[in-house]
Design a binder for this molecule. Structure first.
Ligand SMILES: Nc1ncnc2c1ncn2[C@@H]1O[C@H](COP(=O)(O)OP(=O)(O)O)[C@@H](O)[C@H]1O
Ligand SMILES: [Mg+2]
Length: 245
């Protein structure tokens, strides 16, 4: 993103002069108070809305072109947004619905991603039979089935209890390390951001700006115990400090 600004039709400046370069394979979290423009940045990256000025470049393409090829970018929202009348596997196959791929391969890929998120016993279940954490796993599997190079996650674990949240964080890191896609992740939770990320974009509101980029120099794979490491706490303190600007 190069000098990107976004002013909505009502005159609200949601994002101001954002410059951001993210290398392939990174895991970058965006933290900041509500209303600071995090979702707006994601909507511009995914081509849902256009920036007012500046440039957004995704793998050498405009966001809309990257979106057209639909395998490049996938989105996961806080609300799992599953179709209630479809089984787990049919929800997961949805992104491949209009793609020219044999049904047998679609199924095979669906089983594989459901196994990755620990749900291969639940392929025939309906969304209403699943817990909140399981629904989120289905939503992640659905995003992974098209093998995206870039995965955008907007507060995906915000509605989950702490234990489920920590389990899903570990699973997500394992998947990211195996699949080597780029992940951009929005959260309010500084601990979550430090645990997951290679870098953290700390944002401040009015107008929405990136206040700092904090490097998280903790080794991978990250065990759950790293949360009590003094180095972990010191990065949490740095990020919290930058949030208070
Ligand atoms: N469609 C819209 N029209 C006008 N203002 C909007 C619109 N969407 C978001 N905003 C405003 O832009 C700012 C940033 O919103 P958003 O990107 O959703 O923040 P965040 O995701 O960090 O909570 C907020 O002040 C919000 O009220
Ligand atoms: Mg938001």
């Amino acid at each position: 993103m190069n000098r990107v600004n976004k002013m909505y039709a009502n005159g609200k400046v949601a994002v101001k002069d954002v410059n951001l370069t993210i290398q392939q394979g990174e895991f970058v979290s965006f933290v900041g108070p509500s209303g600071c423009g995090k979702s707006t940045i994601f909507k511009m990256i995914s081509g849902l809305i256009d920036q007012t000025s500046g440039h957004v470049d995704i793998l050498g393409k405009t966001p809309r072109d990257a979106q057209k090829e639909s395998t490049d970018v996938a989105f996961v929202f806080q609300d799992a947004t599953l179709l209630p009348w479809r089984s787990v596997i049919d929800n997961v196959m949805l992104p491949l619905e209009f793609r020219n791929i044999a049904h047998s391969e679609k199924k095979e890929r669906a089983y594989k991603v459901l196994e990755m998120v620990g749900l291969k016993e639940y392929t025939k279940a309906l969304p209403r039979e699943l817990s909140g954490g399981m629904k989120m796993r289905v939503s992640i599997a659905r995003a992974l089935i098209a093998k995206p190079k870039l995965l955008l996650m907007d507060e995906p674990f915000g509605a989950l209890d702490e234990i489920t949240r920590q389990n899903l964080q570990s699973e997500l890191l394992r998947i990211w390390e195996n699949e080597k896609m780029t992940v951009l992740f929005i959260t309010h939770n500084v601990f979550e951001a430090v645990y997951l990320s290679t870098k953290i974009a700390v944002m401040t509101p009015s107008p929405g700006k990136i206040e700092s980029m904090v490097e998280v120099n903790l080794p991978f794979p990250r065990k759950a115990e790293i949360r009590t490491d003094p180095q972990f706490s010191s990065i949490v303190a740095n990020v919290s400090h930058d949030l208070k600007f």
